[in-house]
Design a protein around this ligand. Structure first.
Ligand code: SIN
Length: 333
């Protein structure tokens, strides 16, 4: 009996993996230009790996990813997770906000079916395009039972990352993704996956969050303030009148000038959720180390980057306003 190939649903959203180079300038290109059928046709051996059904959910550069596309993507993934004829799901995505979509999906998709996000740093029409190899690995991983129950995975440049850990750490080059705090989840070699660790943070079937609650709460607005030398409180005061939450991309251990901290204290006093994260790119922002979170009413982001803290805070605010309950989310997700 010939072995049954896994059935993989591929949802395309655009990005450089679907980018086309300009004919006049080799380094210039437009993300989200190539349709999904063309992407698949460029991957040698894919037909021996899986039976693939592809859908174009969007075709945008991921700097233009929206909550509306997130909602559509999440609903489509939920439906595919419930379909017993589908073994795994691949999402193609621009690399700029890939880590945000992966983390968002890890918190709202309540299933453990393999779900793999993938992008490329070079456009589909470039010499040495990395998209075909990345797509090959993503399809192989989505068809692998070992990918089940780990939450959404990101595959780039032969590395496998957990959604919570992965970060784009360089603006160019095929080796642009890393998991600075806890390390890579594993590696791909050809169509084989090797995992180095389990994902022991809360996600997927263990997540308290849902798209339904988020939509009912109107996608609570959360903004990020980037700290630096001489930051005053004006931007924080401005945002405090508009946002349900503010994430500080703080210097060092999630810190900022006295003026900015005083403005954040005023915001917290007015009921805005204030989260301190670090702009450094790695490490853990703990409570009450340099900043007295208990006295100021702040929440510490732990290991989450400012961009991921923004997503968790938005989801947290869909369930509660209580800073202690929000801190609990940051301690566990
Ligand atoms: C994008 O994020 O859509 C553009 C950049 C990329 O995909 O590498």
């Amino acid at each position: 009996m010939p072995e049954r190939l896994p059935a993989i649903a591929l949802l395309a959203t655009g990005g450089t993996i679907a980018g086309a180079q300009s004919e006049d300038a080799a380094h210039a290109y437009r993300a989200g230009a190539v349709p999904v059928g063309q992407l698949l046709a460029a991957v040698p051996g894919l037909e021996r790996l899986a039976r693939i059904q592809a859908e174009q959910v969007a075709n945008v550069g991921s700097q233009n990813m929206t909550h509306a596309v997130w909602a559509e993507l999440a609903r489509r993934i939920e439906a595919l997770c419930r379909d017993p004829a589908v073994d795994g799901i691949v999402v193609t995505h621009g690399t700029d906000t890939l880590e945000e979509t992966a983390y968002f999906l890890s918190l709202v998709i309540r299933h453990d079916k393999p779900l793999v996000l993938v992008g490329a740093m070079r456009p589909a029409t470039a010499p040495g395009a990395d998209g075909p190899a990345n797509l090959f690995h993503a399809v192989a991983l989505a068809g692998n039972a070992a990918a089940r129950g780990r939450g959404p995975l990101v595959v780039m440049n032969e590395d496998i990352h957990y959604a919570r850990e992965v970060q784009k750490v360089a603006c160019a080059g095929v080796n642009a993704f890393a998991s600075p705090n806890r390390g890579r989840a594993g590696v791909m070699r050809g169509s084989a996956a090797s995992f180095f660790s389990r994902n022991d943070t809360l996600h997927s079937t263990a997540s308290a969050f849902s798209l339904q609650a988020l939509e009912a709460a109107g996608w609570p607005r959360v903004d990020v303030v980037h700290a630096g030398v001489g930051l005053d409180g004006e931007l924080v005061d401005f945002l405090a009148a508009r946002s349900r939450g503010i994430v500080l991309a703080g210097v060092g251990d999630g810190n900022a000038t006295d003026l900015a901290l005083r403005a954040l204290q005023r915001a917290a006093g007015a009921g805005v959720a204030v989260v301190r994260a670090s702009r450094t790119g790695s490490g853990r922002v703990a409570r009450n180390v340099e900043v007295d979170d208990d006295a100021l009413g702040f929440i510490a982001a732990g290991e989450l980057s400012p961009q991921k803290a923004r997503i968790l805070l938005m989801l947290g605010l869909s369930l509660t306003q209580d800073p202690a309950a929000l801190q609990d989310f940051f301690d566990r997700y």
